[in-house]
Design a protein around this ligand. Sequence first.
Ligand code: IPM
Ligand code: MG
Length: 371
Amino acid sequence: MQKKIAVILGDGIGPEVTQQSIKVLNTIAKYYNHEFSYENALMGACAIDETGNPLPDETITICKNSDAILFGAIGDPKYDNDPTAKVRPEQGLLKLRKELQLFANIRPVTTYAALQHLTPLKPKLLENVDFVIYRELTGGIYFGAKSLSEDGTVARDDCSYSVAEIERIAHLAFKHAQIRRKKLTLVDKANVLETSRLWRKVVQAIAKEYIDVTVDYLFVDNAAMQIILNPAQFDVVLTENLFGDIISDEASVLAGSLGLLPSASVGNTVALFEPIHGSYPQAKGKDIANPLGSILSSAMLLDHFGLTKEASIVREAAAWCLNSGFVTKDIDPMNSYTTTAIGDLICEFIERHAKGETHPIHERLHKSTII
Ligand code: IPM
Ligand code: MG
């Protein structure tokens, strides 16, 4: 299979984690006879520095002409701490999501037995936790009209949703529920918000087309609590943009590290794959960031291309690393491996797998840092 992948390395640790994904994709290509070509494009703070624009037109063109987009992270503290900044790195990502109509952000939450000690939750609560969040990505308060009164004392962000915007993501979420455990939870705030009442009405109507799927409804405040109290109850969680942003970071705690969670953003055209973590500027260039969020996003990219066998090998490789103690500093500060070493180990696993060799479990030869 021949595929063109647009690569947006972005800011902070974006480049170093995405580099590992590219190595992994190249290893898959080599052993499974595919041809992946890459084209780099700018977005975020680095794009502002170079062009004054967080999303240059050229980036949009490169993305539109590709089969998929692999994205690292964006953000820079120099903008976070300056609320008056008119141009911000995040505007690039939001505009790209809108331009490409990436209306559904899919964030799987997987737990690994080897990492249970890292979560603040009791291990018992983590048993059988495996759910996926469908976050609406191109509507709601993120994209509503914004204003600040002339005297700077009143600010406003509008939140609106149309039936069509809710329907298109709801159908994707219901279809996914059908091939999983057949349960969908709508998270909203229908006791207060008009937009949430519309979400509920639309989802109730669509539910009739998916009679094999059980639907329940949770207010977002309760959902935030349930994710911690009883996370195993969830299968597919469907929610609007801002609620999805918040609960997906919360849910990442269940996995043990924010650095592990991948995501796919899909819509009507080309899809984008990115770890859910941010640009983690403190770690930039130190080769300590966890590349698994990005590598697992590449597995979602392979799935998207229909390469499901290849995708599962990448996931198997990631699980093998975690179970064998080949982990970055966020997971084991005392015994950690570099970002690059984890990328190399994943590639070696894929290579051994393709050659039919076995995988040494406690080989520590690759240790490159002891921190
Ligand atoms: C995410 C991020 C973004 C968001 C930021 C970087 C704009 O937090 O993808 O979850 O809020 O959507
Ligand atoms: Mg977020």
